[in-house]
Design a protein around this ligand. Structure first.
Ligand code: PGA
Length: 253
C-alpha cells in the first residue's frame, strides 16, 4: 500500500493577501484533484491575514489549514500576537511553531515554544514543531545535542492526560537550518540516523500519541524521491516550492 504522506505548504510571507487568494482561485480545481487523486493530506499555511478567506474558498474540500505561528499566551497585552483560541475559532487544524525563521527573527526560545505547544493542545490544534541545527553545529557534529535540547522542552510537557491528544497529530518537523531555501540537503545516512533517533525519542515519551515525523528544507520535485526512501519520514514541510503549483503537484505525485 502507498504511504500516505502529509504535505505542509509553508507559504511564509511569499504571497500578499491578494496574491494568496489569486493563487487559490487559479489552482482551486488542481488542489481538489490533488487531494482526490493522491489521498494525501495537504495543509496550507498562509499568513494570518489570508487564513479566513482561504478557509472559505476551500470550504467542504479536503484541504486543511495551518497557521505559521501562535502566541505562547492565552490572552492579554501582547501587541501583534495571535492566540491559539482565535486560530481554533477560524478553523485552523494545524499550527507551525518554532520555525527557525521565528527562532532567529523573533527570538523565540525553547521555553516559549513549549508554551505555544500547550496553548495549541488546549485548543485542539495539531502542532507542527520545527527543530533543526545550524550549519556550524552540523559541521561540528553537535546535531543530536541541539535536537535533544529543542525537543526536550516539548516532550517534558506532554501530559499523561491521553484525552488531550485523542484527535490530534503531533508533528515534529526536522528542518536543518542550513538546508532551508539553500538547495543543500542532508545525506541519506544523516537522515536515517536523525529520524531513527526521533522515532525512538517520541515513542519512548508516549506510545499512544499520533506522532508524525516530517522533513523540511529545500524539498523539491528533483529530490522528493530521495526523501521518500527514508522509511521513518511521514511527511514534508515545503517552503519555496509550495508557492509554485506545478512544483507542489510534482512533489505530492
Ligand atoms: P524551503 O523552506 O522548502 O524553502 O527550504 C522550508 C521551510 O522553511 O519550512
Amino acid at each position: 500500500m502507498k504511504k500516505k504522506y502529509l504535505f505542509v505548504a509553508n507559504w511564509k510571507m511569499y504571497l500578499s493577501f491578494e496574491q494568496a487568494l489569486e493563487f487559490a482561485a487559479q489552482h482551486y480545481d488542481d488542489f481538489i484533484a490533488l487531494t482526490k487523486d493522491f489521498a494525501c493530506p495537504i495543509i496550507i499555511c498562509p499568513d494570518f491575514t489570508s487564513l479566513t478567506s482561504l478557509k472559505k474558498i476551500f470550504k467542504s474540500t479536503d484541504i486543511l489549514f495551518g497557521a505559521q505561528d501562535c502566541s505562547s499566551h492565552a490572552r492579554g497585552a501582547f501587541t501583534g500576537q495571535v492566540c491559539a483560541e482565535s486560530l481554533r475559532q477560524i478553523g485552523c487544524d494545524y499550527c507551525i511553531i518554532g520555525h527557525s525563521e521565528t527562532r532567529i527573527n523573533a527570538k523565540h526560545d525553547d521555553k516559549e515554544i513549549s508554551n505555544k505547544f500547550l496553548q495549541l493542545i488546549a485548543q485542539g490544534i495539531s502542532p507542527i514543531i520545527c527543530i533543526g541545527e545550524q550549519e556550524e553545529d552540523y559541521k561540528k557534529g553537535n546535531v543530536f545535542q541541539v535536537l535533544e535540547k529543542q525537543l526536550m522542552g516539548i516532550l517534558s510537557r506532554v501530559s499523561a492526560d491521553q484525552h488531550l491528544y485523542q484527535d490530534l497529530s503531533i508533528c515534529i518537523a526536522y528542518e536543518p537550518v542550513w538546508s532551508i531555501g539553500t538547495a543543500q540537503i542532508p545525506s541519506q545516512d544523516h537522515l536515517n540516523n536523525v529520524f531513527s533517533w526521533l522515532a525512538d525519542k517520541v515513542k519512548k515519551n508516549n506510545k499512544t500519541i499520533d506522532w508524525k515525523l516530517i522533513y523540511g528544507g529545500s524539498v523539491a520535485p528533483e529530490n522528493i524521491g530521495f526523501f521518500k526512501k527514508i522509511d521513518m519520514i511521514d511527511g514534508f514541510l515545503i517552503g519555496g516550492a509550495s508557492v509554485d503549483f506545478q512544483k507542489l503537484k510534482k512533489i505530492v505525485q
